[in-house]
Every structure is written in structure tokens, then in C-alpha cells.
Design a protein. Structure first.
Ligand code: HEM
Lengths: 221, 71, 490
């Protein structure tokens, strides 16, 4: 039988495929449903936060920052309560990262503020001398993409049943409503900031990337 | 059926699957060495597939149903 | 069909992919060197505005070397080893020739587009799957084309038995097809945009949170298996016996370790997720299976090394053999290091530190890089019908790159363990001893050493590129194809 298999490329390929595929189905499939249950209190991201999350992904902050606190005392002392599976239920994609050139950001919203981020993102070494984090001045001039963030949220709502617009959850509504809401949220953030061109842009109904990013960082708790 | 029983069944399922694969794997290993020993098939000669790989050299084992009639 | 005497193997596709290997190797490794200097000297992040920051460049590096450099090397050697061990020529089939050309063309365009889109910031953020959906679709198209070429060539073979190297290429094709499809399940947002003018490039992952992580590392770990391991083993099973004129130490062992590797590898992905929020049993499984993985890995590695049994003096006479033997040695090193890192208590310290890139690079620089370059060196005299331009350049390259690798992994071992220990150090009053920035500043010397090591490797790669270029254009013309040892001018 083995001999036969080695000379029949098609059946050989089938057996090979089954051997390889086997593990994936056995390891991943069983817990799929259980894993995706949100923990009580976890909410989907608002449109502004999602736009900020997109900035985080666009500049690959996850190349240097994790968002996963492991259950060790040294980590909970440094970053806060260890992570629970349900807290990630609305994270598409997950942003655990694989390397900490910088600290974990899973709960950075608990101990850093808007103005701190503003100074830090403009020039990290002003705030923390000796850091290796890049400067991000372009985030103060590039505008965030609210439309795509809304489309992202709407896809999650309609396709994956993420509970926007339900009791106690963030409101999404139509694109026009969501855009207006996001701009309101942006004003709140900008009022804590000092950079004049950012403040002007927000007053004019624009949302610079930095505002969205800070909204996202503040939501990490 | 509750979660508990489901997990138990899964556990047994996995155990027997792995057992099955192990048996297949070891019988494969055994069959290779046995065939070599009884002379039914010489595996080591396949290294020649590398040494003698010119297009015009004679194949080590011809395909009987080969599409081209090269004789 | 005409008689075989007039037929020849067709190397045009091999040459095209060889060119791509060198081009993308230069791009990918250059970016790697820039990244490593940025970690040592962060001002370098701002040389090109937003496009030159560490975050933008890192996916460009990883994808550039994995899917640019390594994959081109795999494709180049596939079209070479495939034709030769199956004893068929692409010239015999117009159809397969066209498929192979399309395969190259689309592949090349995809990688160029990848460079542009990564710089612009289009990324899904999932490691080694960062390409956005339109490019993912392109990848699927040329991957299928590769499959058509592969099975087409196998279907036309004259040799009845399929040589073990080909098995590895087949496994790479099948496994990546499956992994890539499942991990890149994503929905373009413009389809459900609810009237918002969404970007056309953007997509949402079909999986969320811990599930996304499980699927991602099932993919991520096995992308390593089927891009950086299996096809490279395929290469060495052809090129080492061929170059040295030796038989494989044990052909039977090569078959057994093949099936062992195929079965065990896929279970080990969980070791990327230890102490995370994926289920415990998945973590334990990942950890255990990683240790089991030593067996088939060392099975192959020992088989390669013992192939040189009785012929060790070739190590002194041929730089090509040196490259391949060092490659197998590094393969052994990284396949023992990986399982060590997968032990839960070790992983608690090693995870998230620089030890991980250290581990990655003794594999990719020592094993993948050396084996790919050695294969191209072996193929060059056959496809250009010329002698290798310079043996002494090969020697220089070998030593320069070896020193580079040693700098790289030793500095990252120290850096990683230092960092891991400092993160968890407490003082006598029970508070954390170091603030995070302390653990960053202490790494500066190691980052500098790593960057210098990387630079050595890159310079070695330029020497390699020059040597191949000179071989193709100025090497002494050969009248007959060499049987084993590749001829080289001193
Ligand atoms: C020229 C020499 C090279 C240098 C200087 C270099 C440098 C780097 C640097 C600085 C990183 C980022 C590590 C971090 O995040 O801290 C990295 C990541 C990576 N490189 Fe390279 N690289 C080189 C060649 C290669 C080659 C040839 C390959 C593959 C064939 C490769 C594969 C990777 C992979 C897979 C990662 C991701 C590792 C992880 O996620 O931990 N590199 N490299």
C-alpha cells in the first residue's frame, strides 16, 4: 500500500494534505464558540476609537508594543490586571503583538492622559529620554479616515452581529449620524490638547490622526 | 449533552486518533526496513535520482504508462 | 514527441527567479539592517518622514525576506530540481511553460506592489499575513499557478518514483495553500460600508480576539514550517548529494523524517501563545509537541551531515560544501533552541524579548539564507554554462556572513535574557526594581552589535550578488555540464 502511494502523486497529495490539515481542525475548532464570548462590561469600539485603531495598525505600533498581560505578578504590578479572553471579543484583528521593544499597552488608558500622549507622540524622547520609539509628527497633520472606520464598524455589526445600537452599547446609526458623533468625540479630546493646528482642524470639522489615536489609547483599560 | 461530556468525548477522540496515526507511522517505518531487508525494494538506490539526472539518461524506473514513447 | 537527445532542460524560468531572489534579498536585508540600526539609533526613524519609521518598515522586511527572497529561491530551485529529478523539460509542454511564465510575472508584480502598499501603511497587522485583501487575491492566483505547474510537471515525468526533495516542495504547496486561505479570511469594508465612502483597500478579519490569535499563530508557526523549513530541506536533499557526489546517508530515514515532520509540525503553533488567553490545553499541546518536533528535525539534520561521511575533506576544498554544512548545523541549532523556548517556564522569560528575533535569525540567516545562496551557486554554472567567477570571493563571503550571524545571535541572546530578567526583578521591599526605560537603555550596546553583524551579512550578500552576476557574464565558458563539484575559478 505504501509503495503504491509513493508513486501516485494525486493520492499522495491527498494523504499529505490530510496529515497536515488534521492538527488545525483538532486544535482550533473545538473552542471557537466559547472563546468569542465577551466579558461583562466589554464594549465595541466607537467610530473615533476604531479610526484610531486603524492608525495604530497603519503605523504598526504592534511591531513594538504588546496588548497582552500575562498572569505573572511582575506583569500585573507593571501593567494591571492580567488579560481575559472575553476582553478581546471585539478586537478584529487582535493586536497582541509578539515583541516588547516598548511596554504593554493593554491598559494604558488607566495611567496615561491625553496631554501626555500628545507630547509623547510628537517626540517621545522629550518625555522619556533614552527611548527608542520613533517620533510621529505626521499624525498631527494627516487626517483620520472616519468613513472607513464607520464601514468597519458597520461590517462588524451586520456581518458578525457585534451589538452596536443595542442597550448600553455604543450607538452607530447612519453614516451621517456616526460622522457627527465622531467629530463631537474628537472635540472632547482636542480640548485637552495644546497643539494649535490640531485644535483648529478639529474646530473646522476635521479629525487629525493623532486625535483618533489618543481616543483609542484612552479606551484601552 | 453538557460541556463536560463533550470535552471527555473529544479527549478520547484525540487520544485514539493520535494512537491510530502512531500505528500507521510505525508500520510504515517497519515496512520500509522490512522491504529493504528482504530485497523487495532497495530504497537507497533512489539517491541516484540526483546523481543521474540528465534529460537523456535512462530513468531509474520507467513509467509503464508514460505519455511519451521514448524507446 | 521528438527524441530526447535534442531536448534540454529549460532554465529561463529558473534564471528569472534567480534574479528575483537576488533583488528581493537585497531589498529585504537592506531594510533589515535599517531596522536594526533604528533600534540602536532612533533618530534614523525620521529620515523619510512617515514612510521610514520602524513600524512601517518592519512588515516590509519580514515579507520581503520571506515572500520575496526565500520564496523566489524556492521557486527557482523548484523549476530546477523539479525538471531534473522528474526527468522532464518545460520545453516539452507549451502549456506548462506559459503557466510558469505567468507564475513568475504575477509573483513579481505582487511583491513590487507589496513594497509600495506597506510603505503607504496598508497592512492587516497579522504577522506574515500583512498584505491587504487585493494582494491576497493575487497571491492566491500565482500560488494556484505554481500548483498547476507542479502537478503538471509531475504528471509528465519519465521517472516513476518521485524523489524525496519533490515531496517537500509538494508539502509546501499544499500546506501554505490551506494556511493562507484560512488565516486571511477577511471582509473588504467597502462591501458593507452603509453609504460611507470607505477605502477600497481596507478589510476586517473574520475572527475576533483569541480566535484570531489562535488562527494567526497556527498560520504563523507553520508559515515558518512550510516556507523556511520544508522546502529548504527539499533543496538540501538535492543539492548536497549532487554537489558532493555522495549518496544520502539513509534514504529511508529521509522518508520517515518527512512524515514525522508533516504530522508533528502543525501541532506546535500553540507555543506562540503560552500564558495568553487561549485555552490551557492548547498551550500545553503546543509546548509538548514542540519538544517532540526535535525528533524529525534532527532526523533530517543528522541525515544531511552524515551524507558527508568519509568525505569531510571536501569541507576544506569547496566553499559550496561549507555553506551547506554550516546551514545544516544552524538548522540543528535552531531546532533545539526553538523547543527550549517552548518550555513554559523558559517561555515566561523569553517571550516578548529580543531572544525571539535572535532565534529567528540563526535559523533564517544561517539555514535559509546559506542554503538558498548555496543552491544558486550550484545552479549558476549549469544554467549559464560558465564557471563560477571567483572562489576567493565565496570564501570571503562565507566568513563575513558567518561572523555576522554570530554577532547577531549572541548579542540577541544576551539582550533577550537581560531584558527578560529585568522585567521581573523585584527589590527587597517587593516593588519592581526597574522602570521600563531602564530595560530599554541597557540594550543599546547589544542593538549596536546586532546592527553591525547584520551589516556584515548584507555586505556578504552584495558580494554574492556580484559573484553571480560576474559568473553569468564573465565566467569561463564550460564545454560540458559538470557532474558533481561545481567548477570555480580561484
Ligand atoms: C541582513 C540581515 C538581517 C538583519 C540585520 C535583520 C534584522 C531584523 C530586525 C531588526 C528585525 C525586527 C526584530 C524586532 O522586532 O526587534 C527582524 C525581524 C525578522 N526578520 Fe530579519 N534581518 C535580516 C535578515 C533576515 C532574513 C534573511 C530573513 C528570512 C529569510 C529574516 C526574517 C525575519 C523574520 C521572520 C522576522 C520577524 C521575527 C519575529 O517576529 O520575532 N531576516 N529582522
Amino acid at each position: 500500500m505504501f509503495h503504491w502511494l509513493e508513486q501516485k502523486p494525486f493520492f499522495f497529495a491527498v494523504v499529505l494534505f490530510l496529515t497536515v490539515a488534521f492538527a488545525g481542525f483538532v486544535t482550533i475548532v473545538p473552542d471557537f464558540a466559547k472563546q468569542s464570548q465577551p466579558t461583562v462590561g466589554t464594549k465595541p469600539y466607537t467610530v473615533l476609537e476604531l479610526a484610531g485603531r486603524q492608525v495604530y495598525i497603519k503605523d504598526s505600533c504592534n511591531a513594538c508594543h504588546s496588548q497582552l498581560i500575562r498572569p505573572f505578578k511582575s506583569e500585573t504590578d507593571r501593567y494591571g490586571m492580567y488579560s481575559l479572553s472575553g476582553e478581546y471579543a471585539y478586537d478584529r484583528p487582535f493586536l497582541w503583538g509578539s515583541k516588547r521593544a516598548g511596554p504593554d499597552l493593554m491598559r494604558v488608558g488607566n495611567y496615561r492622559t491625553t496631554d501626555w500622549h500628545e507630547n509623547h507622540m510628537m517626540n517621545p524622547s522629550d518625555v522619556v529620554p533614552g527611548t527608542v520609539m520613533p517620533k510621529y509628527p505626521h499624525q498631527f497633520t494627516n487626517m483620520a479616515d472616519l468613513a472607513t472606520a464607520y464601514a468597519n464598524a458597520n461590517t462588524q455589526k451586520e456581518l458578525f452581529g457585534v451589538p452596536y445600537d443595542t442597550d448600553g452599547m455604543p450607538k452607530l446609526g447612519s453614516w451621517a449620524e456616526a460622522e457627527a458623533q465622531a467629530k463631537e468625540d474628537a472635540k472632547l479630546i482636542a480640548s485637552d490638547m495644546k497643539n494649535q493646528s490640531v485644535k483648529d482642524a478639529v474646530a473646522n470639522g476635521q479629525v487629525p490622526e493623532i486625535v483618533a489615536l489618543i481616543a483609542y489609547l484612552n479606551s484601552l483599560k | 449533552m453538557d460541556q463536560e461530556t463533550l470535552l471527555t468525548i473529544q479527549g478520547y477522540g484525540k487520544f485514539f486518533l493520535i494512537l491510530f496515526v502512531f500505528i500507521v507511522f510505525y508500520s510504515y517505518a517497519y515496512s520500509i526496513y522490512k522491504r529493504q531487508k528482504t530485497g523487495e525494494r532497495d530504497f537507497e538506490k533512489y539517491s541516484n535520482l540526483v546523481h543521474d539526472d540528465f534529460l537523456d539518461s535512462c530513468p531509474l524506473e520507467k513509467r509503464d504508462n508514460s505519455i511519451e514513447k521514448n524507446d | 514527441m521528438q527524441s530526447n537527445a535534442q531536448l534540454e532542460y529549460d532554465y529561463s524560468i529558473v534564471k528569472a527567479f534567480t534574479f528575483a531572489t537576488i533583488l528581493f534579498g537585497i531589498i529585504g536585508m537592506l531594510v533589515g539592517v535599517i531596522l536594526s540600526f533604528q533600534l540602536a539609533f532612533p533618530e534614523l526613524n525620521n529620515l523619510a518622514g512617515e514612510y521610514g519609521t520602524f513600524g512601517r518598515l518592519r512588515p516590509l522586511h519580514t515579507n520581503g525576506v520571506a515572500f520575496g527572497f526565500t520564496l523566489s529561491g524556492i521557486f527557482a530551485t523548484w523549476y530546477y530540481v523539479g525538471q531534473r529529478t522528474l526527468k522532464m523539460s518545460l520545453n516539452e509542454s507549451k502549456f506548462l511553460m506559459t503557466v510558469a511564465k505567468l507564475h513568475f510575472g504575477l509573483y513579481f508584480i505582487t511583491i513590487l506592489l507589496a513594497v509600495v502598499t506597506f510603505l503607504m501603511g496598508f497592512t492587516t497587522s497579522k504577522e506574515y499575513a500583512e498584505l491587504e485583501w487585493p494582494l491576497d487575491l493575487l497571491v492566491v492566483v500565482w500560488w494556484v499557478l505554481w500548483g498547476v505547474a507542479m502537478f503538471g510537471m509531475i504528471g509528465m515525468r519519465r521517472e516513476r518514483t518521485i524523489y524525496v526533495a519533490i515531496w517537500y516542495y509538494m508539502s509546501s504547496f499544499l500546506a501554505i495553500a490551506m494556511l493562507y486561505l484560512f488565516n486571511n479570511m477577511e471582509v473588504p469594508t467597502f462591501l458593507w460600508s452603509g453609504d460611507a465612502p470607505s477605502s477600497l483597500m481596507h478589510s476586517v478579519s473574520m475572527y475576533a480576539g483569541s480566535n484570531d490569535a489562535s488562527v494567526q499563530w497556527w498560520y504563523g508557526h507553520n508559515a515558518v514550517a512550510f516556507v523556511f523549513t520544508a522546502p529548504i530541506i527539499g533543496m538540501i536533499y538535492y543539492f548536497l548529494p549532487k554537489e558532493s557526489g555522495q549518496n544520502i546517508f539513509s534514504y529511508k530515514l529521509s522518508l520517515l523524517s518527512f512524515w514525522g515532520l508533516m504530522f508533528v509540525y502543525l501541532w506546535a503553533g500553540g507555543h506562540h501563545l503560552l500564558y495568553s488567553t487561549v485555552p490551557d490545553w492548547m498551550q500545553t499541546m503546543g509546548s509538548t509537541m514542540s519538544v517532540v518536533l526535535i525528533l524529525p528535525s534532527w532526523g533530517s539534520a543528522i541525515n544531511m551531515l552524515l551524507t558527508m561521511k568519509g568525505e569531510w575533506q571536501q569541507l576544506q576544498t569547496s566553499p559550496l560544501i561549507k555553506f551547506m554544512i554550516l546551514a545544516s548545523t544552524f538548522y540543528m541549532l535552531s531546532t533545539i533552541e526553538g523547543p527550549i523556548q517552548a518550555i513554559k517556564s523558559v517561555n515566561a522569560i523569553a517571550h516578548f524579548t529580543d531572544w525571539i528575533p535572535g532565534h529567528v535569525h540563526d535559523g533564517v540567516l544561517g539555514w535559509v539564507g546559506f542554503m538558498t545562496m548555496a543552491s544558486l551557486f550550484h545552479m549558476a554554472p549549469r544554467m549559464f554554462k560558465r564557471e563560477i567567477y571567483s572562489k576567493s570571493l565565496m570564501e570571503t563571503q562565507f566568513w563575513l556572513q558567518t561572523v555576522g550571524i554570530v554577532f547577531y545571535f549572541t548579542s540577541m541572546w544576551i539582550a533577550g535574557i537581560t531584558q527578560g530578567m529585568m522585567w521581573r526583578a523585584y527589590d527587597e521591599y517587593g516593588s519592581l526594581l526597574y522602570s521600563f526605560i531602564d530595560t530599554v537603555e541597557v540594550l543599546h550596546p547589544y542593538y549596536t552589535i546586532r546592527a553591525v553583524g547584520g551589516l556584515f551579512y548584507l555586505v556578504g550578500f552584495f558580494i554574492f550578488a556580484y559573484n553571480i552576476y560576474k559568473t553569468a557574464t564573465a565566467g569561463r565558458v564550460l564545454d560540458k555540464e559538470p557532474a558533481n563539484a561545481s567548477p570555480m575559478a580561484s
